[in-house]
Ligand binder design. Structure first.
Ligand code: FEO
Length: 393
């Protein structure tokens, strides 16, 4: 099994999961993922930085044996099982090793793995641990994306181990980023799905690391960054309040009436030089939808009326957008009904976490007539005018 040196006596010992296609039974992983773990050998002590998903424990153990590691510390940045899941097996292999983590993380790991309290060393924000010629500095970074998270800065080698923060779900044989465009897309998708709800906390954590001299960012998913500003600048843009002149149009149509409205609105927006990203919810990848919400100024949900309310797929999209809390500034609902229903109220209610201004909805009876298309023209005019007010040129 392969382990790879990233700096003298600093090794990658993680696992690539080429075939995983779903995370949390929710998030599509079109490019697989990796669970990155690292081994740091000091002249006196050795630390393992995170572990791997339980499905890959045997790979980690083999690598540790191959490298002849004698682990004294297991640094657990984050309790989620894709990084903590092998801790019990690692502790069996190294019975004297201690788990180094925040006090919150300790509580979670005890709950998950029923480990005894004396297996842990709790560390405060800014505390350091000497391995002998390798100094680990722990940086508490709550809410990236759980409350217990921390990062580790290896001072001598200027490596920042960031766990989920700044990572990407991308299985690749490249240890470091080679194709920046590919990694940018994967990292943005990852940010949208995992980090976006915690945008404000992430902004604070970016501030916290801004004065560190970093040569490598080593996350726990995806390739490492030897050009740290690439990913840090991308995050700065994503967490900022700036939005783009874009409309996310999440839609579903049953018999073509809502589809005719969607088609018309797409053209109307394009004529007004507004970028539009339509998602047919019956076939769309929710990860793509989440990504599009990172920057868009406006979201429009288009739905037919079914069983007296919005279509369940439209409700799902609204629920997801609400949970992901993008910085979107405007929203509305369009659609068609046969005899009535509560779609607008339901979708407005489902989006209540978003601090959005609502445009007048366009709900029409049956197939759209000329006067209905004029209402869509008016909506497109309103979107253009609001975007002109707030989107930076
Ligand atoms: Fe990659 Fe939050 O675990």
């Amino acid at each position: 099994m392969l382990y790879r040196e990233i700096k003298p006596n600093v090794y990658y010992v993680g696992s690539i999961d080429w075939d995983r296609r779903l995370f949390d039974e929710l998030i599509p992983l079109p490019d697989g993922t990796s669970y990155n773990a690292y081994l740091i050998k000091g002249s006196e002590k050795t630390a393992l930085i995170d572990t791997v998903d339980p499905t890959k424990t045997s790979e980690l153990i083999t690598r540790l044996r191959d490298i002849k590691a004698d682990v004294d510390y297991v640094v657990a940045h984050h309790a989620e099982q894709d990084h903590s899941g092998s801790i019990p097996e690692v502790l069996k292999l190294y019975p004297k090793a201690k788990v180094v983590c925040t006090s919150k993380c300790k509580t979670m790991l005890v709950d998950l793995f029923h480990l005894p309290g004396d297996k842990f060393i709790e560390v405060e924000d800014g505390e350091t641990l000497q391995l002998g010629g390798k100094t680990l500095e722990f940086i508490h970074a709550p809410w990236v994306h759980w409350p217990e998270t921390m990062l580790t800065y290896l001072r001598e080698d200027k490596v920042l181990f960031t766990c989920d923060f700044l990572g990407s779900h991308l299985a690749t044989s490249n240890l470091f980023v080679e194709d920046e465009n590919k990694v940018y897309e994967a990292a943005k998708r990852y940010y949208a799905e995992i980090m976006m709800p915690f945008r404000v906390a992430i902004r604070k954590n970016l501030e916290k690391i801004k004065n560190l001299d970093i040569s490598i960012v080593a996350p726990s998913h995806g390739p490492l960054y030897n050009n740290p500003s690439f990913i840090i600048n991308a995050y700065r843009e994503w967490v900022s309040d700036d939005v783009k002149n874009e409309v996310v149009l999440a839609y579903v149509s049953m018999h073509g009436s809502t589809q005719a409205m969607v088609d018309y609105l797409i053209d109307a927006l394009m004529q007004r030089n507004i970028k539009v990203k339509p998602f047919n919810l019956s076939v769309s990848d929710v990860g793509e939808l989440a990504m599009s919400l990172v920057d868009a100024a406006t979201i429009v949900v288009a739905t037919p009326m079914v069983l007296g309310g919005a279509h369940p797929l439209a409700m799902y999209a609204a629920y997801l957008a609400n949970a992901l809390r993008p910085k979107t500034r405007f929203a509305t609902v369009i659609g068609s009904y046969g005899w009535g229903g509560r779609a607008v109220e339901q979708i407005k209610d489902a989006l209540k976490n978003l601090k959005v201004e609502l445009f007048e909805p366009v709900l029409i009876k049956g197939f759209p007539r000329e006067e209905d298309f004029r209402l869509l023209d008016k909506l497109a005019d309103s979107i253009r005018s609001k975007h002109d007010e707030i989107v930076k040129k």
